[in-house]
Design a protein around this ligand. Sequence first.
Ligand SMILES: Nc1ncnc2c1ncn2[C@@H]1O[C@H](COP(=O)(O)OP(=O)(O)O)[C@@H](O)[C@H]1O
Ligand SMILES: [Mg+2]
Length: 341
Amino acid sequence: MTSEAQEFEMRVEALTKRFGDLEAVKGISFEVPRGEIFGFLGPNGAGKSTTIKMLCTLLKPSGGRALVAGYDIVDEASQVRRNIGLVAEKIILYDRLTAEENLYFYGRMNHLPEAEIKARSAFWLDRMGMTQWKDKLAGTFSTGMKQRVNIARALLTSPRIMFLDEPTLGLDPQTTRAIRQFIKELAEQGVTVILTTHQMVEAEMLCDRISIMDHGSIVALDTEANLKNLISDGKGAVLDLALEGLTDGMRQDLGALRGVMGLAEPEAGRLRITTNRPGVLSEVMRLVEGAGGTISSVNTLEANLEDVFLHLTGNEMRVEFAQSAPSGHRRGAAGRTSRVR
Ligand SMILES: Nc1ncnc2c1ncn2[C@@H]1O[C@H](COP(=O)(O)OP(=O)(O)O)[C@@H](O)[C@H]1O
Ligand SMILES: [Mg+2]
């Protein structure tokens, strides 16, 4: 990737969106080179969808500007639309049309020649594993099947830039895996991908660069490795404690300890503490046990993106964000846990 101007598929400068008193997007700036998978990672309400909607010309910015595929999103909106595909938050399909008819309708709306619509919809439905259901009504499909058709639809116009707003939200594991794999292949074919997610795993798996968004601002933008280096530069560590008797007071006192950058509770009975000072573990243990809690084990972990997020945004407990960590089953502690006593 060179740094020549024309290699940037997207250039965003101080882009802002206000809804009344609320500044949902607060003057964000970034550039995306061709063929990159660029991620917006952040909790609900961070401003990810609002950003996507502005870049796709569905919402008018309150300030700033952006070039998408070389075109201004306000002054050249129709040229922008001709070069992008959007998989929006909500799946847009007509229930009373078949999979193939949905694509045909979309193709006609976008003035594609009939023969091309047929060829491309057959191709993309096949790539999305939907050929055998192409003549079935979309209304009869599972969410995963609808999303597969929805993605095929977005690709019908051969977009240079593909926007996907939480594309795997609420989907079954098989479809999630297939879609993630497919996103990688798109980028390998030179399509620039802009992806939003509140799942760290998804951002880590897919994105060349990740912009961490919170309260309408990009608080960091870098590769996954560089983001993690922000906090684990040799001084820091993440402590994963199994403990009983955690109280609100204890949480507050732990958060106030010097060297504690963030707290998260990925699952009941566990606490993750991001630290940037060696030796804080002994103080944590003293504090917890002094307040009547019991620590049964401690893991020292490599930082993940959630830790980076907590580090960048302060000690505030972000339950929404913490819940997006993989949980649901307790990970066996054997083998990677050092017993405390
Ligand atoms: N059309 C709208 N009118 C008023 N407020 C909105 C509108 N769309 C989004 N918001 C608000 O803007 C903020 C950012 O929302 P959104 O971009 O949907 O976040 P995300 O996609 O990161 O969850 C939220 O506080 C949301 O309530
Ligand atoms: Mg959203």
